[in-house]
Design a protein. Structure first.
Length: 133
């Protein structure tokens, strides 16, 4: 399967930027080489919250530069995404609301693969959900 648009959950950014995971970094590079990459404004909020909570504006600045350098599409949550997330939650009641919004953003933006480290989300069938090893 050729990946044309990859969508990334917050955890992949944490592994790549804070844990220096080569696997996560390679995913980003592969996504950009094969097509486009995106994430949602939820990722911005979740990532920024951790940085601010731990008083690490340097890490937040690094994250911003990373998104800009790789030309990530940042998808804002809108009504189409909210309704898609509601549909997802009605079928997968055990999904967290933020996870449903992330997957909905991926689908609505036209992504064909969603990268996450959340095992629970692998059950979702409408889009390829991949958990890097």
């Amino acid at each position: 399967m050729t990946v044309k648009k990859s969508f990334f959950d917050t955890s992949i950014f944490i592994y790549a930027l804070e844990n220096n995971s080569e696997t996560a970094r390679n995913l980003f590079q592969h996504a950009i080489t094969e097509g486009t990459a995106g994430t949602s404004t939820i990722t911005l909020m979740e990532y920024a919250t951790g940085c601010l909570k731990h008083n690490r504006p340097d890490i937040l600045d690094n994250f911003r530069r990373f998104l800009k350098a790789l030309r990530f599409e940042v998808v804002p949550v809108n009504d189409a995404i909210a309704f898609k997330a509601a549909e997802i939650r009605s079928q997968y009641e055990f999904f967290k609301q933020m996870d449903a919004l992330q997957i909905a953003a991926a689908i609505v933006s036209g992504a064909n693969v969603f990268y996450t480290n959340d095992k629970q989300l692998l059950q979702f069938q409408e889009i390829a959900v991949v958990r890097p090893q």
